[in-house]
Design a protein around this ligand. Structure first.
Ligand SMILES: NC(=O)c1ccc[n+]([C@@H]2O[C@H](COP(=O)([O-])OP(=O)(O)OC[C@H]3O[C@@H](n4cnc5c(N)ncnc54)[C@H](OP(=O)(O)O)[C@@H]3O)[C@@H](O)[C@H]2O)c1
Length: 270
């Protein structure tokens, strides 16, 4: 099992060593390894994928879980708005880079963590194409919550298109809503969110409960070979109509391909 995170010393290594201890006590043969990857950097994602491939390990389950919410506006080193790149584009590139490994490891599953907040936005311009100006807005047009909602809509569109493209090769993909306003670290960028999350904390899922739907999609035998769906509380449910729209998913895929093509050169060419 490989865990990835962006701050090797502070988080990933600490988390990795805790998981290693937990795993080794319950599964004696399990090997857990922490690896570094910053999803907000195309270079870092490529380096991570290369290191993973160099290990010659199979990849049966890939969980695209990382996310940030209510961050102040900032551009990544690749020139894109950071919520969009961390939540969607980094995962998109990661799956692109590991696609061959997933295909060789089939049956394999991808689980993409989205959110019910995908319902409160759209991404389409007047020509019915996914609009980069909405996904990666300039500072004057930026509202952090909207950026998060849009990235979560991208997660479902991405998962559905991925499933359409890779399921003939034995790789399935499903999207997940883990729970409402669970007290994780997601609220940490804005004191108001921390305050609201603290107020509702007694009524929301624990982290373990929040992980249940993700784990279900990753391992449930009854989901073998099935994908292109959206799950909440370990049940399939209907996402918004735009999240189900195949042409939006294809349009996002094409845009994402152009953005990751040759790193920032791809972004400048747009
Ligand atoms: N909490 C909720 O109520 C809720 C509701 C709906 C959906 N979700 C979704 O659930 C997923 C997990 O969120 P969470 O609630 O567990 O929040 P969390 O505790 O903040 O976890 C998010 C994880 O993403 C990692 N991450 C963020 N930016 C990254 C980057 N650029 N590169 C690599 N890793 C990065 C963070 O690593 P660092 O600690 O190193 O920053 C952290 O480990 C997210 O996709 C979120 O949108 C959460």
């Amino acid at each position: 099992m490989s865990l990835m995170g962006r701050y090797f010393k502070r988080n990933t290594l600490h988390f990795g060593s805790r998981c290693t201890r937990l795993h080794i006590t319950s599964h004696h043969k399990a090997r857990v390894e922490a690896m570094m990857c910053d999803l907000a950097s195309l270079r870092s994602v490529r380096e991570f994928a290369d290191s993973y491939k160099a290990k010659k390990l199979p990849l049966h389950i890939l969980v695209c879980n990382a996310g940030v919410c209510t961050q102040p506006w900032s551009l990544t080193e690749d020139g894109l708005e950071s919520t969009f790149q961390s939540c969607h584009l980094g995962h998109f590139l990661l799956v692109q880079c590991l696609q061959e490994v997933l295909r060789r490891s089939a049956p394999a599953r991808v689980v993409v963590i989205s959110s019910e907040s995908h319902r409160f936005t759209d991404l389409i311009d007047s020509c019915a194409k996914v609009d980069l100006a909405l996904l990666s807005p300039q500072k004057k047009d930026y509202w952090s919550m909207l950026a998060y909602n849009r990235s979560k809509l991208c997660n479902i569109l991405f998962s559905n298109e991925l499933h359409r493209r890779l399921s003939p090769h034995g790789v399935t993909s499903n999207a997940v809503h883990p729970g409402n306003m669970m007290y994780t670290s997601i609220h940490r960028s804005w004191w108001l969110m921390t305050f609201i999350f603290s107020l509702v904390r007694p009524f929301t899922k624990s982290m373990q409960q929040g992980a249940a739907t993700t784990v279900y999609c990753a391992v449930a035998p009854e989901l073998e070979g099935l994908g292109g769906m959206y799950f909440n509380n370990c049940f399939r449910c209907l996402p918004s109509s735009q999240a189900e729209d195949q042409s939006s998913a294809a349009s996002l895929w094409e845009l994402s391909e152009r953005l990751v093509a040759d790193g920032s050169a791809g972004i400048q060419a747009l």
